[in-house]
Design a protein around this ligand. Structure first.
Ligand SMILES: *Cc1c(COP(=O)(O)O)cnc(C)c1O
Length: 369
């Protein structure tokens, strides 16, 4: 459809950086997984977020899966996972035949509540791994979460799929725990049309990840396999797009920040609207601008009013413990995530949005008051 305003859609650089790298891959016939773009994208990405090692993979979901494997999560192991997230955070726990326990959010960060995490450790002392998510670019309370996990000697995976470009107390999200996961899906702040990255300071584990991701081929002239393998590597074409996109990440964060501030200025004083938390010490990438509604206007009314004008908005993620597929698994918390889901709206946060587009959106929303 023409002139649709999206929630968040791919935005290639004006300079054409992505095409240069893709063209180079064509010119050298590296139209394959592996190749120079993959190696360089890994290096450039690791430098960008300030970590030692990075493995480029076919998706963020694959990165979570291999992070769980790298920690040694196996059948029957318990993994703590935030309930307020996209299902891709939780699915790989099931791929490993492990058991998720879902943890509630807190109001200060919308992410994993340290108190609920503490409580969960009391109920389930034998936990193999904890996955923390930085939803919509907001940092989880990493100091408190890391302290609890270190006390229990449990490894931490940060799902930073939505938070590339966000900082927690000066550190890039995704570099604080034992493993960090990023996604380059089409809706993320930068995209490779599909892809992911697993990062860690543990060189041996990242090398092992690359091994698993290329069908676990042992060193031999023939095809020799002593472990289960996966076809999870990023293609050299996708990595070329990623190298170009990385150059405009700061621009994308700046535009997302602009969009957030615009909404806050225009809508912040409407009765019953509250904006997502925004702590000064933690610099968000503002991937999506989100609000919650306490007054008479309900989330679906905003979503429907925008939809009529061909503008995309969405509810907040529906908690995992409320999903039919995951309902049999345990949940620890006080229903904070459920309230965020019931009252929340993700506003259009596409970086290609014009000032006229933003103006139209706030006019439609103000019209409901
Ligand atoms: C997008 C996303 C993922 C999955 O990434 P893919 O690259 O699409 O597999 C995981 N977790 C969260 C929170 C996400 O938003």
């Amino acid at each position: 459809m023409v002139n649709k305003i999206f929630l968040s859609s791919p935005h290639m650089s004006d300079e054409g950086y992505e095409m240069e790298y893709v063209q180079e891959a064509f010119d050298t016939n590296w139209i394959a997984p592996l190749g120079k773009n993959v190696n360089e994208f890994e290096n450039e990405f690791a430098i960008n977020v300030g970590i030692k090692h990075a493995a480029a993979l076919s998706s963020g979901t694959a990165a979570i899966h291999l992070a769980l494997k790298a920690i040694g999560v196996e059948e029957g192991d318990i993994v703590f996972c935030p309930t307020l997230t996209f299902s891709a955070t939780a699915n790989p726990i099931i791929y490993q035949s492990a058991t998720p326990v879902f943890i509630d959010s807190d109001e200060e960060t919308w992410n994993m509540c340290p108190k609920a995490l503490d409580e969960a450790f009391k109920k389930y002392p034998n936990v193999k791994a904890v996955i923390v998510v930085h939803l919509y670019g907001l940092s989880a309370n990493m100091d408190a979460i890391m302290e609890i996990c270190e006390h229990h000697n449990v490894k931490v995976i940060e799902d930073a799929a939505e938070s590339l470009g966000s900082y927690y107390k000066g550190f890039h999200t995704g570099t604080i725990g034992d493993y960090g996961v990023f996604s380059f899906n089409g809706n993320k702040i930068i995209t490779t049309s599909g892809g992911g990255m697993l990062v860690s300071n543990n060189e041996e584990r990242i090398n092992k990840t690359r091994f698993w991701a290329t069908q676990a081929r042992d060193q031999a002239r023939h095809y020799e396999h002593s472990e289960l393998g996966y076809n999870y590597r990023m293609s050299n074409i996708s990595a070329g797009i990623g190298r170009g996109q990385l150059k405009v990440l700061d621009d994308r964060v700046a535009k997302k920040n602009y969009i957030y501030n615009y909404y806050k200025q225009e809508l912040g004083s409407l009765e019953g609207i509250e904006f997502m938390p925004n702590e000064e010490k933690n610099k968000s990438n503002y991937w999506l601008s989100c609000i919650t509604l306490q007054g008479k206007v309900r989330p679906f009314e905003i979503i429907e009013a925008l939809e009529k004008e061909n503008i995309e908005a969405r509810p907040i993620w529906k908690p995992m413990h409320k999903q039919p597929y995951f309902s049999e698994y345990a949940y620890v918390g006080k229903n904070v995530a459920e309230k965020l889901f019931e009252n929340g709206v993700c506003l259009p946060s596409d970086t290609k949005i014009s000032d006229n587009g933003l103006k139209k959106i706030v006019e439609i929303i103000k019209g409901l008051w």
